[in-house]
Write a protein that binds this ligand. Sequence first.
Ligand SMILES: [Zn+2]
Length: 662
Amino acid sequence: MWHYSNSIWEVLVIGLMLAVCIPLRVGLAQEEPKIATEWTRKTNRAVLDDPVLRWADKKDFENAQRGFIAKHSPLTLKDDQGHVVIDMEAYTAFLKPDLPAPDTANPSLWRHALLNTNAGLFKITDRLYQVRGYDLACMAIIEGTVGYVIVDTLTTVEESIWAMELVYKHLGRKPVTAVVITHSHVDHYGGIAGVVRAEDVKAGKVRIVTPAGFTKASLSENVIAGPAMRRRSVYQFGASLPVGPKGNIDGGLGKRIGGVTMSFLPPTDEVTETGQKMTLDEVDFIFEMSPETEAPAEMEFYLPQFRTLCVAENVNQTAHNLYPMRGTLTRDAKAWAGYINQMLDLFPDAEIAFGVHFWPVWGKEEVRNWLKKQRDMYKYLHDQTLRLANLGYTGAEISQMVQLPPSLASEWFNRDYYGAIQNNVRAIYTRYLGWYDGNPANLNPLPPEEASKRMVEFMGGADSVLAKARQSFEAGEYRWVAQVLNLLVFADPKNMAARNLEADALEQLGYQQESSTWRNAYLVGAQELRTGKGIGPIRRTLAMFASMPESDLFDSLAVSLNGPKANAKTIHINFVFTDSSNKYLLTLENSVLNHFKDRQDANADLTIRTDKPSFIKLIFLGTPPAQVVQEGRIEFIGKPDRLGELRELFDPSSGDFNIMLP
Ligand SMILES: [Zn+2]
């Protein structure tokens, strides 16, 4: 069993939710969240009158409640140590279906947030069930002949234990015979140790089925930029925000992740091609591979006996992200649309479709409408972005120009609850054309701090800018106020008047957003401007690194080498891993670390024979060599002081850098 909690994106959130905030950096009285201004009230009310939105259509509410069997009540569940794992009650306390949206929330997002409060065990059709609201993601349960086939296992073991308790109590205690993991994101497999035991998998009692490439993608995706992503993800998920009408109301894909223990088990069966068939516990599966879409390794499947399609995370009750704001490689909108189209072609008989974050869709026509219009939403954004780029518009411009046609925008499932059109359009532009807009004035601009100081000076000084910004705030021009005051704050981060006004502007923007991720980002920005608080440093633990492949550990090391400090140094170290028998040569030359598998240098400065945990302690956790040596699982042959020299050259990130301040 591998437990870990670092390498993949959603993990970030957890660490952050639990992180204790660092002390105030600025000792001034903090401002509290404000009420909605008249402008925000008007903007949000106008959403109710938007002719594109079909408020009278209550089908989603019907579907989100259909087949409800049971849930824990109250849905506030704790782990053995008394830490809250799931707290849906915090949301249902203020998200009331019979009350209108408050002024501090976009009514469309509020509607989505209400839908996501429907938690519990639900029957999709005979022998097919879903647990929703016990995590950001969902778990599906298929009754086989002997036991259960589980589809996705939630993010954490704490959550999946609660979900399985619900299953056993209401569907009967039967063994889990197989687990199907739809894709390589941790919210779909991290809870696997709460569903099956590693011994049973080893003994051949349980099969674990994943798309090809799952293991590598799960363990390696986003390792290298992990600390930066972790910090940025606080903004995307609003992890530091209180739950409430002025704070976090939804995560777009569900509510939040609870628990801390993530697990991983390698697959027993990999699906390698579209059309591949498999029978698990007498349930027939036909798979569709969809690599490089929402995740690097992903697959959908059809259950012919149930006439039901699992669309994985490629079809959702929201527009998804082509570029999550935490930062990642941009995703391929064209391929994504193509795979949804292939689902339509391959499985025309589907009468039910379910995904891995939301309530299902029933009815052949409804299923085809859902798939077609999700396909066309991504395809439209893709095609129109390229059309405008080829006419000479830049990403910043196109993001203001593209809007979905009413036939697509009127579907609730195409709204921006998780993704956002402007964000997705810029992702498409970047995927094809990169960050540069083609204008050489933007090729090498002054960096933000320096540019801000000069701009503020050119604009007549801080007082003049602030006075004008106040007028713009009064006029409800919050985007502009945030933009211009960001200059003032970067020119002088001690200017609390500027910081507080920028926070007020961001906050009103947050209250107006339909996208939960944008709302969260704006509100966290406001919070950090007011309080000066970050998320606090991340405490590095052995578990964070234990499951990373050796090669990824060396890659992580290479990106923390301080290049200038390493100037003119040459160090060669042989590594022999006693637990895997793998050998590596690590070289420092030209201020670059390279590692070579199956290679040793006879003239190396040092040979280190070690097991992986000792290597991690020594290199990543800063444990003194003497202490690691004392534990007896590491041996130095040659000049140990060269290792000390190398360790001095690393700049490990604590994941606690400023975003709103320079
Ligand atoms: Zn997911």
